[in-house]
Structures are given as structure tokens and as C-alpha cells.
Design a protein around this ligand. Structure first.
Ligand code: KG4
Ligand code: ZN
Length: 339
């Protein structure tokens, strides 16, 4: 089955062409530059960009895959969670094509799609469904931080999530306090590489808590108090790098510590991770080290697939369509859909 998949839940317009686990094309039009000026994603602008980009990205994906619309046999789109209008543009566009062509349509859950991105790898990209279950998976992005137990394919149970800010939101808010550009995560990551992570001892919220929940708003507040009290701390290049390294160390300690702890408690052999924050180099290195020490195997998304993309939507939709799942062309988007 040749499948065309759409992703527009936030600020990336992405279309992928997928066949039997192989990614024939995965085109992503990022809106980061557009939203950077406002310090965050502006939903109205995101929607307009999606509307403008969808036909162009769709055509580019078909071209890259070397196929035409008449070869496509099924259509999938992210149905939620996400920004309501952004979801609507992609899901309606996808369903309209499916209806016009009389093709099967399926909407999928954005976070369930993230669970699939670590299994996509190689050149050319393809999904590898070896013996990777059961696993515990971390999804850490600008809007969400989730720990999920995945006992088997297409089966999952949320263990915990953030009680306030998401991990990416914490990176972004700290960067804003430091006068750094949006999105803050990649900038902090870069500055942290030359900083001393032990320069400041920031809290590791809920790290020792028995729950699988996260909380990052207090960490951001500690940075703000420190900067209010001693603004000179971040005034030099070395000071800024040390502060970034120390904040990153606190966030990474919590993400890695809680992921490993949950995996050991549940008794799985694998841990996986995806979402924009899992591009973080400190996170990737520390997870590899701590997982090895804990006897756990690790599967991380390729950096280009950590952030939002339609390839993961296509891979998930292919598995669900193969089980006979379908949705009506008038299926409503689900902005608050829980995993
Ligand atoms: O998954 P994503 O692209 O979009 C959603 O939020 O759904 O994640 C974006 C988030 C932003 O908060 C960004 O600052 C963070 O991921 N991020 C990073 C890095 N790259 C992106 N955080 C830390 N280190 C990075 N290298
Ligand atoms: Zn996402």
C-alpha cells in the first residue's frame, strides 16, 4: 500500500510517502523563523502557513518519492493533540484528497506517532520492527513530556506526564530569561557544550519522587531568582555558558533518571525517546551511559526525526490501516486527545 501522510499539529508542515515500512519521502517545512520574532508559536500564523505550504510540501513529497497522486492508495493525517486550527488544515486537506480519490482515510494520535520515530533509521530511511518490545518511551517536546510503557506494538499506557511546563518549554523560557533567541533548546544545547554543568546547583524536580510525573516550572523560577539576585552571572560569555550547562544538566538528569527508573521498575529491556528535546546532545550522551550501566538497550530517534514529521505518522498509520482501521472523511480533529 502506498500511503500519503500529513502532519500539521504545531509549526511544521510535513508530508511523507510511505510503503511497507519504507520512507520514500519525508518533506518538512519548518516555520521556526516565522515564529522566532514572536518568541513562540503564534497559532493564527501557523494556520496560514500550513494552508500555504500544504499543496507545495505535498507536491514536493510526491516528486521526491518518484510517484504521482494516482499511485497513492491511502491517506493519513495527525488528528490530535495540537493547535486546533493547525490540525484542522492538515486533517481536512488530507481527508478532502481521500474523498476526491475515494481512498481510505485514517487520523492518528501525534504522540503515538512519536513512539514510532525511534524505529525509523538508515539510508534510505525505513522502519525496523525487530524485538524492541516491551519498552518505556520518553516523549519530550515543547508542549509535552510523557513517559509511556509500550508492552507491544500498537499498545501503550501512559505512566506519567508533566504537572506544569514541558521540558522544551523550560529550555525555551530559560533561554528567554537569558535574552537568547527562540526556540531556546538548540541554543542552550550549543552554549552548554563549553560550560561547566556543576557551576550552579539547580533543583532536579521530582527526580526522587516515586511517580513518573515531571515538573519543570520551579526550575525555571530558580533561574529567574538567581538572575534577579545576581544579573552579572550571565553577563560574560563564560558565565552564560556555565549557566546553560547547569540548567541543561538539571533537565537532563530528571529526564534520563526518570526514564531509566521507570524502565527498571516496569521491567522492560528497552528504552526509547523522541520529541524535539531528545535532539539534545547532553541528553543523548547521558541516556546512553546510564542505560548501559542499568543493562538497558536504547533506541533514539535520528535527530531529524526527533522533531515533528509525517514519516512517523505514515509508519503508524500503515500499521493501523493494515488492521483494517478506517475513519470517515468528516472525522473531527481532536486538539486535546489523550494518549
Ligand atoms: O518536538 P518539537 O519540534 O515540537 C513540539 O513542541 O511538538 O519540539 C520543540 C521543542 C522546543 O521547546 C525546543 O526548544 C526543543 O524542542 N529542542 C531542544 C533541542 N532541539 C529542540 N531542546 C534541547 N536541546 C535541543 N538540542
Ligand atoms: Zn511532536
Amino acid at each position: 500500500m502506498l500511503l500519503l501522510a500529513f502532519e500539521t499539529s504545531c509549526d511544521e508542515t510535513s508530508v511523507a510517502v510511505v510503503r511497507h515500512g519504507a520512507i520514500l519521502a519525508n518533506v518538512v517545512a519548518s516555520q521556526i523563523q516565522l515564529h522566532a520574532e514572536y518568541g513562540g508559536v503564534v497559532p493564527e500564523l501557523a494556520t496560514r502557513e500550513h494552508l500555504k505550504n500544504l499543496p507545495l510540501v505535498g507536491r514536493a513529497a510526491l516528486q521526491e518519492a518518484g510517484v504521482s497522486m494516482s499511485d497513492v492508495q491511502a491517506i493519513a493525517a495527525t488528528l490530535g493533540p495540537g493547535l486546533p486550527q493547525a490540525l484542522m488544515t492538515g486533517a481536512r486537506f488530507a481527508a478532502a484528497i481521500a474523498m476526491a480519490k475515494g481512498l481510505p482515510f485514517l487520523g492518528v494520535h501525534h504522540h503515538e506517532a512519536h513512539l514510532y520515530s525511534p524505529w525509523i533509521a538508515g539510508h534510505p530511511l525505513r522502519a525496523d520492527f525487530g524485538e524492541f518490545h516491551p519498552n518505556v518511551s520518553l516523549i519530550a517536546s515543547g508542549g509535552h513530556t510523557l513517559l509511556v510503557h509500550v508492552p507491544a506494538e500498537l499498545d501503550h499506557q501512559v505512566l506519567g506526564s508533566t504537572l506544569d511546563d514541558a521540558a522544551g518549554e523550560c529550555f525555551d523560557k530559560v533561554a528567554k530569561l537569558l535574552g537568547l533567541p527562540y526556540p531556546g533548546g538548540p541554543v542552550v544545547d550549543r552554549l552548554a557544550a563549553d560550560g561547566n554543568p556543576a557551576a550552579h546547583d539547580f533543583p532536579r524536580p521530582l527526580l526522587r519522587d516515586p511517580s513518573d510525573d515531571f515538573s519543570f516550572s520551579g526550575l525555571k523560577t530558580s533561574v529567574r531568582y538567581l538572575l534577579d539576585k545576581s544579573p552579572e552571572i550571565a553577563a560574560t560569555d563564560a558565565g552564560l555558558r556555565n549557566l546553560c550547562a547547569s540548567v541543561q544538566a538539571a533537565i537532563v538528569d530528571v529526564l534520563v533518571g526518570k526514564l531509566i527508573h521507570a524502565a527498571r521498575r516496569v521491567g522492560v529491556g528497552w528504552v526509547t525517546a523522541s520529541g524535539g528535546v531528545t535532539c539534545n546532545r547532553g541528553f543523548r550522551t547521558q541516556l546512553a551511559t546510564q542505560a548501559r550501566a542499568a543493562g538497558l538497550k536504547v533506541r533514539l530517534s535520528e535527530p531529524s526525526l526527533c522533531t515533528d514529521n509525517a514519516a512517523m505518522v505514515g509508519i503508524l498509520a500503515e500499521r493501523r490501516l493494515a488492521r483494517g482501521e478506517r475513519m470517515g472523511y468528516d472525522e473531527e480533529v481532536r486538539p486535546g486527545w489523550k494518549l
